[in-house]
Design a protein around this ligand. Structure first.
Ligand code: ADP
Ligand code: MG
Length: 399
């Protein structure tokens, strides 16, 4: 893994100003955050710096104001939520640079926390304008990035600042980078990857990258239908991107050459209508899907076999559910395979890393989210990492 500095590398910070990029983009309901996971994730870093005597300035985006001030997208909207999670008072500062910030820093005592306003109110943020970054950097002695979820963006607060100030990974960033490196950077072999979800088209780059890196590629979800169709299987009225069967074949050829075994389901759960527990529900071999049926989950024999594959592996990277898990009983394969992976992880035989919005929801639904080695809530950044891309926010820390 390319090396980066962490909070362990900080010397004496008493009285120094830390510019800390965090993810405060909380989902809101009726003026309150409906989920404070992101604040909880940033809490160890914020409190560690404050307790070491630094003046902590929090820097974050909130919503998509597109370079203009919007009162409803001020970070002050989540000030109360942050104070509740941290159990400390923080000072809201309605700017990100200039005299107001300077005076506020003067008022803050060592160990105090300030919350700067939504960085995306200024167009210089998303443009990664060096002058804008300089204006912010002028207020800080060092920079800490604890927002992996924004690391796929080369913005002033995620990339530009890291080039202007001594830069460190926060605790959440550090944990994420270590887990991701253990999964695909320098993993224990053999490695299995589960890729599911609705469509092949959203995960082409993920699949292309994985076939060159893993020994077992397990394809489930709607995207398996496109691969089955590519192999000449009639998938009835299943969700299927017929125009991508050529691409699917190319990926399978690439896998062959790279020594990666592609696992497609050989039995499936089908129904004539997409509803909970439909009357037409049945399980069949993939070659027996009728013209008016759709594949909505991987079948039990395949799940059993996939569990056996995981037992031979040391590392698992998972993105995308195996079936339409939001609707019963099409959650069965996802839940069963997730439980197998969780049990193997708890036994110490598997390092399991998972990510993706629906994947996190599916693992929570299966009750095993805390039994995986690491579950990333980073969404877009996680997918770009699975695509093998260099994330600008990470690259700037490892300069
Ligand atoms: P993630 O957010 O974890 O990256 P995706 O967004 O790619 O995952 O895919 C999740 C969606 O895929 C879910 O809404 C699920 O219902 C859908 N899905 C999975 N299998 C099927 C299927 N066989 N047919 C239709 N939709 C499916
Ligand atoms: Mg999704």
């Amino acid at each position: 893994m390319s090396s980066f500095k962490t909070l362990d590398d900080l010397g004496e910070v008493t009285g120094k100003v830390a510019l800390v990029r965090v993810d405060l983009n909380l989902p809101m309901q009726e003026g309150r955050a409906s989920d404070v996971t992101r604040v909880e994730a940033a809490m160890p870093t914020i409190l560690e710096l404050a307790d070491k005597g630094a003046k902590v300035l929090l820097l974050a985006h909130f919503g998509r104001p597109k370079g203009q001030r919007h009162s409803t997208m001020s970070t002050s909207m989540v000030q109360g939520d942050i104070e509740r999670v941290l159990d400390r008072e923080i000072m809201f500062i309605p700017e990100v640079m200039g005299p107001v910030v300077e005076q506020s820093v003067g008022i803050l005592s060592n160990g105090d926390i300030g919350l700067l306003d939504n960085i995306r109110f200024w167009p210089g943020e998303e443009a990664n304008d060096p002058e804008f970054a300089k204006g912010i950097a002028a207020h800080g002695d060092f920079y800490v990035n604890d927002a992996f979820s924004a690391a796929h963006r080369a913005h002033a607060s995620t990339e530009g600042l890291a080039r202007l100030l001594p830069a460190y990974a926060g605790r959440a960033m550090e944990a994420e980078l270590k887990a991701l490196d253990a999964a695909l950077g320098s993993p224990e072999q053999p490695v299995a990857s589960v890729v599911g979800g609705a469509k092949v088209s959203t995960k082409l780059d993920v699949l292309e990258n994985l076939v060159g890196k893993v020994q077992h590629l397990i394809i489930g979800g709607g995207m398996a239908n496109t691969f089955l169709a590519a192999r000449g299987v009639n998938v009835g009225k299943s969700l299927c991107e017929h125009d991508l069967t050529g691409t699917a074949n190319r990926i399978m050829d690439h896998a062959d050459h790279a020594g990666c075994t592609v696992h497609l389901p050989y039995d499936v759960v089908v129904a004539k209508e997409f509803a909970a527990n439909p009357a037409s529900l049945r399980t069949c071999n993939v070659h027996e899907v009728a013209e008016d049926e759709m594949i909505l989950d991987v079948g039990p024999l395949a799940v059993q076999a996939l569990g056996d594959v995981l037992k031979t592996c040391r590392t698992l990277v998972w993105n995308g559910p195996m079936g339409a898990f939001e609707t019963e009983p099409f959650d069965t394969a996802t839940v069963a395979l997730a439980k197998t992976a969780a049990a193997l992880t708890q036994d110490g035989s598997l390092i399991s890393v998972a990510g993706g919005g629906d994947t996190v929801a599916a693992l929570a639904h299966a009750g095993v989210k805390d039994d995986f080695t690491f579950v990333s809530t980073a969404g877009g950044a996680f997918l770009e990492w699975m695509e093998g891309k260099e994330l600008p926010g990470v690259a700037a820390l490892t300069k």
